[in-house]
Design a protein around this ligand. Sequence first.
Ligand code: GRG
Length: 621
Amino acid sequence: MPVTLTGEAGSRAENCATQRRVLLANPRGFCAGVERAIDAVEQALQTYGAPVYVRRHIVHNQAVVSDLETRGAIFVRELSEIPPHAVAVLSAHGVPLRVGEEARELRIHTIDATCPLVAKVHTEVSAHHAKDRHVLLIGHQGHPEIIGTLGQLPDGAISVVGDADDVAALDLPADLPLAYAVQTTFSVQEAQQVIDAIGTRFADVAGPRSSDICYATTNRQQAVAAIARDADCMLIVGDSHSSNANRLVEIASAAGCSSSYLISDSAGIPWDAIAAAPVIGLSAGASTPDSAVHDVCRALTSAGYVLEETDGKVENVSFKPVPINARPSPLAQDLARLQQDIDRVLTAEIPQRHGAAGRLTDAMRYATVGGGKRLRAMLTVTVATLAGAAREQALIVAAAIECVHAQSLIHDDLPCMDDDATRRGKPTVHRQYDEATAVLAGDALLALAFELLARDGTHADPGVRARLVLGLARVIGFDGLAAGQMMDLFPPDAPTRDTVFRCEQKKTGGLIRFAIEAGLMLGQSTPDQAQALISYGDRLGLAFQIRDDILDRIGDAEVMGKRIGKDAEAGRATAVGLLGLTGAQQQVSDLAAECRALVQGLGPEARILADIADFTVNRVK
Ligand code: GRG
């Protein structure tokens, strides 16, 4: 929003007769969305320190971009140009949904500066799509805002139309249920022509409740149209890439001022053209800083023009600032990326079926997709990567281990075991479906786990695949997980450190250790490296279960997404019962310190293993 040029501007009556005048449009310059986006970059620089990356121009103005660059912002076209774990602000124009996925994949912390009015259009098109309406998006093909809106829906769900001819050329039946949305910076008049053309050609058209064209575009266009009638020449200060600034030039011309120019600053003033213009109209696009307008005004006043503020709409729109959250740790970013990858693999591997089989596969997906910390998968993928194996193969093995883990949780929750109602923040599988389905979903997940390990594509060497199958079978069977669970259900009369820790190792530690062994099997490592990692796995598994015992006593059920206090209720023999809360936590800390020491010499990629050990000490879920 412009600063009134009081002091420099005289009154209309004084100036009218003789003076060469500049009529200043109101409102002009920055809108609330632009101020909010620039503020987001400034706040990010302050919070995280330089550099802060910005994907694409935060707003379409080179002066704004250059100023932020001097303060430590680095502008890039694509997220792939940004190093992992960096911070990136996404521009005010909005981005396709895939950019969020890409950011998780590349482990980049994003701050979304999308203008709330653009976000409103995103919500609208998604709602129309959910109601099976094809969307006609009125806007300029290729503009970042249009690319961002197109990317909210699957390919083909939106057609972009720029004018009535585009509407006529659409290859769509006249009775197709449609909806339209409009680029927020489009010309109000032109949009109406396109909307009319849509209404004439199609029978069933839904539109936005209030105009998509933003208040700032509308107000600036009205103000320019009003002064263009009295001006001999119109100057619009703005960037050549700025859609809304370009629209102002067109509107000035359409309103009768044929001599209308887009200039970025005083260097662009067309002196020859204005030599014969006693009255100049001046406005600025919504992404033009006041400094550029002042620069032009100074040049014009030096040339003898007087400035005259015109009346216009007073804008008092402001948006809540973009939230600048704490940057997630590298481990949290790695986990977010892995969660996305594991969900992708599981969604592809658990098919959708019809009827009773469909109920079974639905339950399998319910138990595995989108849930859990994926700690075991993280261990497999990290170790496999350290050992030089391909990530995609490691993901298959990691998904298999997550299937077994999910099976153990489904069965653990059954009425014949813990009889739990919630897991991972939602109803347990037997509550959501039924007991028989829960048992069978667990069975089918176990079968799937072995299938994934045994399949040709998982590793070129059949010997490796066989060792994976054998290792998993042993770790879950009568000497493994199942045995640990039996020890848990039927504890000895006088538990000792040995019986308690053996139960914890079998019930939980075994699968965690196997997650590491499996990663090692997929690649190559020296005996020393392998030994260090396996020792790490043994300690981490035990530490993880002891922390689980502690959380069962003092955790927050809501945060954990499951009931707590079960061990005491069932009279279980746990590390907390044996060592007390403080002693148990000390044990976790000691084990984590040993874990860190074991992976210290394994290079920077192993740092995440040390982070996992730290996480285990203090985890709250
Ligand atoms: C696999 C043959 C076979 C039998 C299973 C029911 C059973 C026998 C074992 C239960 C074992 C069990 C539930 C151990 C507890 C392990 C544990 C600490 C689970 C919580 O793990 P998190 O915190 O869970 O990693 P998320 O939800 O984050 O994945």
